[in-house]
Design a protein around this ligand. Structure first.
Ligand SMILES: Cc1cc2nc3c(=O)[nH]c(=O)nc-3n(C[C@H](O)[C@H](O)[C@H](O)COP(=O)(O)OP(=O)(O)OC[C@H]3O[C@@H](n4cnc5c(N)ncnc54)[C@H](O)[C@@H]3O)c2cc1C
Length: 438
């Protein structure tokens, strides 16, 4: 325990978006914070890569439009990383009738037959009731809507087209998950009261972790090996022991059972049962002529190919006609495992060939390509949030244990969710330390 007169110390495990949000909140409350990150740089999945001299984010941040945590944090950010949010209005959909523009409005998709308006009214009342932002204080809220997949929800209220032409493309392209296997809770949290999707793309967000790390002081390349019972500190990979008054664990669900010695049976079951996926994308730098029709292009080819679509992540500061374009080729979530077994060269070659259907100019225009892999992504299957609710309730029964878990998997597959849960974990730690109002 902290000697009288000294600042309490909180240890944060992991410097992804969640860990950094927690550390920032604790730091501002006057607590001594030590952040340990096993990788050589901070940011976790929110990181920047370099290709052909251009910087880009392999998993660019698309969040629900109402992203209060991100907006607030951006306004307070040290170093002004220049993060800009763009509202996503539409994307391009290629099909038998050529390339079409698809808006994010669900209305156009509703069943063209019997009870059409009753179904839409029901879908709208569900969307309006749930609210259009992830609520970190109640990640398990409305658990009874965590009972169907996105595809089932569309079949009931919005029509199969809404799934095939709107939800499935966005879920696959942006978050790497399948509509047929994802809880409807996720897109419901991103809908406004008229049941339309509201998403925002955050440009240059990947620069923020570096700026925050400089302000907070993150120990990179230092993995935490195990926590002390009750959250009294942790052992690092070099065998040293760091004392603390509380610990925030922002290291992903798979790491938790190996780190925390005093999980209850229910918690262990939750963390070990958290379904995860692998992500695979090909980043391509191309001559300027390889311009897709929209920032997002989806390729519904009946599942025959591996390509889900293209994300144009050319930095906007490169001007209206930049010299080069930066494109991310996204793999269909159901094809990732199978494709992963191939060599990088083969994956890049196959994906570029398939992408030519959406951007014919790509054939001659590719300058460089790089395969990006990620594992341990939260899958958000049906029932996920009910399990989150159980784990939360279980943790609240252990007030003597000062260990607080956070990460995107508590709220949603995006940065806003990670920030929200990190901030909430910090507030719980402050509360336990008697500093809640600081
Ligand atoms: C395919 C894909 C698509 C995505 N799409 C979007 C999107 O459209 N919109 C959006 O906003 N976001 C998107 N992201 C997700 C977004 O990047 C994440 O939601 C967010 O960054 C998760 O942050 P986190 O802090 O919860 O986890 P992470 O970023 O995974 O951070 C966990 C950190 O803990 C560290 N760690 C693990 N074990 C230890 C240990 N023992 N000791 C110390 N450190 C440890 C890890 O190295 C890592 O840095 C996407 C990600 C992927 C991969």
């Amino acid at each position: 325990m902290t000697p009288p007169g000294e600042r309490p110390r909180v240890l944060v495990v992991g410097a992804g978006a969640a860990g950094q949000a927690a550390a920032w909140e604790l730091e501002r409350a006057g607590v001594g914070v030590s952040v340990f990150e096993s990788e050589r740089r901070a940011g976790g999945r929110l990181r920047r890569e370099r290709l052909d001299g251009l910087e880009f984010e392999p998993w660019p941040a698309f969040t629900p439009s109402a992203a209060p945590q991100l907006t607030a944090l951006r306004d307070e950010w040290p170093g002004e990383p220049g993060v800009v949010g763009h509202e996503l209005e539409s994307f391009a959909l290629s099909g038998r009738r050529g390339m079409r523009r698809r808006s994010l409005h669900t209305r156009a998709s509703v069943h063209p037959f019997f009870l059409r308006w009753a179904r839409l009214a029901r879908a709208q009342s569900i969307a309006g009731w749930l609210g259009s932002e992830p609520d970190p204080a109640h990640p398990s809220r409305h658990a009874r809507l965590d009972d169907r997949s996105v595809r089932e929800h569309c079949a009931l209220y919005l029509g199969r087209n809404a799934h095939d032409e709107l939800f499935a493309p966005l879920l696959a392209l942006l978050f790497g998950v399948r509509g047929a296997a994802t809880t409807r809770q996720l897109p419901l949290m991103w809908m406004d009261a008229a049941a339309n999707l509201r998403l925002r793309w955050w440009e240059r967000l990947g620069e923020a972790p570096g700026e925050l790390s400089r302000a907070i002081g993150v120990h990179t390349g230092r993995a935490v090996r195990a926590l002390q019972p009750g959250g009294r500190g942790a052992w690092l990979d070099d065998g040293s022991l760091v004392d603390a008054d509380a610990v925030v664990v922002a290291a992903g669900p798979r790491a938790v059972p190996g780190l925390a010695p005093d999980l209850t049976h229910v918690e262990r079951e939750f963390f070990e049962g958290c379904e995860t996926l692998s992500g695979l994308r090909v980043a391509v730098s191309a001559e300027r002529g390889a311009r897709p029709p929209e920032r997002l292009c989806w390729s519904p080819d009946g599942g025959a190919g591996d390509l889900a679509g293209i994300l144009d992540v050319t930095p906007t500061e490169a001007g209206p006609e930049p010299e080069r374009r930066l494109l991310l080729l996204a793999v269909r979530p159901e094809r990732v495992e199978r494709l992963s077994e191939r060599s990088d060269e083969r994956i890049a070659e196959d994906l570029c060939a398939q992408a030519r259907r959406l951007v014919p100019a790509l054939g001659q225009a590719v300058r460089e390509a790089s395969v990006l892999r990620e594992s341990g992504l939260p899958a958000f299957p049906v029932g996920h949030f009910r399990r989150v609710g159980l784990a939360e309730r279980e943790a609240s029964r252990r007030p003597e244990r000062r260990v607080y878990f956070c990460g995107d998997y508590w709220v949603g597959p995006h940065v806003e969710a990670a920030l929200a849960s990190g901030r909430r974990a910090a507030l719980k730690a402050l509360d336990a330390l008697g500093l809640a109002s600081a």
